[in-house]
Design a protein around this ligand. Structure first.
Ligand code: ATP
Ligand code: MG
Length: 140
């Protein structure tokens, strides 16, 4: 087991419904520690860069529109196997496929408005953390 850091976003559907505290409680109950956090309004450029891997997908334009439709909370989470632990507690991308007790099963409105993002690999976690946070903002 290794202590890892991962990058998380509480998406606009979560901030709009005032669910950030409830979602943070689920993250903390899953053994993750919030070591950096800030509420921001993503620019279109931020969202397009962040989701560039999906730019050829048919839903890309709507995904970007959604991610800038309201504030988000960007976070760095730390814990044992944090990348997989966060993906587990988030649940499947489509809330219809997500397990009971996961964030997306509990809160997501749709496959697009699915409440949370979590990095999918150690490499992407490092890239995503560096995109949104200075090293001095990470206090483990
Ligand atoms: P995320 O990267 O946000 O953590 P994920 O890794 O579970 O989610 P991805 O395949 O990376 O899923 O898709 C990124 C995001 O794009 C999803 O979280 C969702 O908001 C949106 N998305 C994915 N598939 C679809 C789809 N078929 N229709 C609409 N939106 C989609
Ligand atoms: Mg993803």
């Amino acid at each position: 087991m290794a202590i890892e850091r991962t990058f998380s976003i509480l998406k606009p559907d979560a901030t709009r419904r005032n669910l950030t505290g409830k979602i943070n409680a689920m993250l903390e109950d899953a053994g993750l520690r919030v070591i950096a956090q800030k509420r921001i309004q993503m620019s279109r450029q931020n969202a397009e860069t962040f989701y560039a891997v999906h730019k050829e997908r048919p839903f890309f334009g709507e995904l970007v529109d959604f991610m800038i439709s309201g504030p988000v909370v960007v976070q760095v989470l730390e814990g044992e196997n944090a990348i997989a632990a966060n993906r587990d507690v988030m649940g499947a991308t489509n809330p219809k496929d997500a397990d009971e007790g996961t964030i997306r099963k509990t809160f997501a409105e749709s496959i697009e408005a699915n409440s949370a993002h979590g990095s999918d690999s150690a490499e992407n976690a490092a890239i995503e953390i560096a995109y949104f946070f200075a090293g001095s903002e990470l206090v483990g």
